[in-house]
Design a protein around this ligand. Structure first.
Ligand code: ZN
Length: 402
């Protein structure tokens, strides 16, 4: 249900290609070397380590031996050594170092002397062919990895997943933070609003200093401060019928944190037409709702065929919302996303979770695909995106998030 890209083939090609390049290259002759001096060598950096060196493929390092060069890399790029060496200061067994394509174990190990212009490659084993977990990542995600339902294979699925969140507001905040903490590889945020002081009572992506700044900018900073190993894509624009397909298409899963009906129907229709799972959530005053729509198993229109007349259901701005409710529903949405990525448990499909915070009661009602649904029914009449402002009888509100 989730398309997780297997990068093993690409990964292999990259490294083979790099090693092949070394084969083609003549080792530097003695004439060009400064015997006894400090040599400058080129170090090939494979993709799992590139984030440490500013995403460069090759970096220059200096030293007379492999040991010197590895120490120089750590000086230039703090944290580099930690990725290569075990706790006893020995090169980790899953790391091989090559000098001009020859593994240093067959030379003089870390004492292997280098000549000017040599090429050094630091190659980790790639478990399962997917993205490699560095020792730091293993530590960071250890409480997930130790669970058999996740494991290192599951953690790699999380790291390869792409999740789009509609709205960097009340629900989008906890969803985005928990997904970033979990290591979701790409987190997309759609929001065109700026942070307002009245947002700070519940929108935990933003802080007092962020008032007046674009929400996606503030959100990205917060998420990267929590976890620098995730990629945050910002879409600072209202979601419309014109751009919804382009924005949503690259993602595996969509999370809805919109607070107006026009955007809710738009996201629902676009996700169904693009066959994307949609994890829906909404809050108002002391009530919350959450459900997951999988393409072909019901949609928002099956549940609510038509929006309420404009003005009938108030917005959070009009009626208020208890801030802590955002965490309850947003956390359920983040949990649903992680379950979908991992393919574990029972998703909240064909079930609508209702949360009454004042009574402190959760209840689940059954919902099902409506064969007469104009979108996902047996004889659909909606086969492309429509004019949602006209459909809802109201313009898109200035803010699209709870
Ligand atoms: Zn439907």
């Amino acid at each position: 249900m989730i398309e997780v890209v297997d990068v093993s083939a690409q990964e292999g090609r990259t490294i083979e290609g790099a090693l092949q390049k070394e084969t083609d290259r003549q080792p530097a002759g003695a004439a060009g070397a400064h015997e006894g001096g400090t040599m400058t060598v080129s170090v090939y950096i494979p993709t799992p380590f590139r984030h440490l060196v500013g995403n460069r493929v090759h970096v220059q390092a200096r030293g007379r031996t492999v040991r010197d060069v590895l120490a120089d890399l750590d000086r230039q790029f703090p944290g580099f050594r930690q990725q290569l060496f075990g706790p006893e200061g020995k090169l980790a067994t899953h790391i091989n170092v090559y000098v001009n394509q020859v593994e240093i174990g067959t030379l003089q190990g870390e004492e292997t002397p280098l000549r000017e212009g040599d090429e050094v490659a630091v190659i980790p084993a790639l478990a399962g062919g997917a993205v490699a977990l560095t020792p730091e990542m293993v530590e960071r995600y250890s409480r997930h990895i130790i669970m058999p339902q996740v494991g290192s294979a599951g953690q790699r699925k999380i790291m390869e997943a792409k999740v789009l969140i509609i709205g960097a507001g009340g629900l989008g905040s906890p969803v985005a933070i928990y997904l970033a903490l979990a290591g979701v590889g790409t987190i997309g945020l759609v929001d065109f609003d700026v942070v307002d002081r009245s947002n700070l009572q519940r929108q935990i992506l933003h802080q007092d200093d962020d008032v007046g700044r674009p929400k996606v900018v503030s959100a990205k900073e917060t998420l990267l401060a929590y976890n620098p190993y995730v990629n945050v894509e910002t879409h600072e624009t209202p979601l419309t019928s014109d751009n919804a397909f382009d924005i949503i298409a690259p993602y595996d899963i969509v999370v809805n944190g919109a607070d107006n009906f026009a955007t809710r129907y738009l996201v629902n229709d676009a996700c169904y037409l693009l066959k994307k799972p949609l994890v829906d959530g909404s809050i108002l005053m002391f009530d919350g709702q959450a459900t997951t729509y999988l393409p072909g198993r019901g949609c928002y229109r099956c549940l609510y065929p038509a929006p309420p007349p404009p003005g009938m259901v108030p917005s959070c701005a009009e009626a208020g919302v208890l801030g802590a409710m955002c965490a309850t529903i947003g956390s359920i949405q983040a949990t649903e996303v992680l379950k979908l990525i991992l393919g574990i448990g029972e998703p909240l499909v064909n079930r609508l979770l209702l949360y009454d915070a004042l009574a402190l009661e959760f209840r689940i009602v059954r919902i099902r695909r409506d064969p007469n649904c104009p979108l996902c029914g047996d004889h659909p009449t909606i086969t492309q995106l429509i004019d949602y402002e006209a459909f809802c009888g109201a313009p898109f509100p200035a803010a699209q998030h709870a």
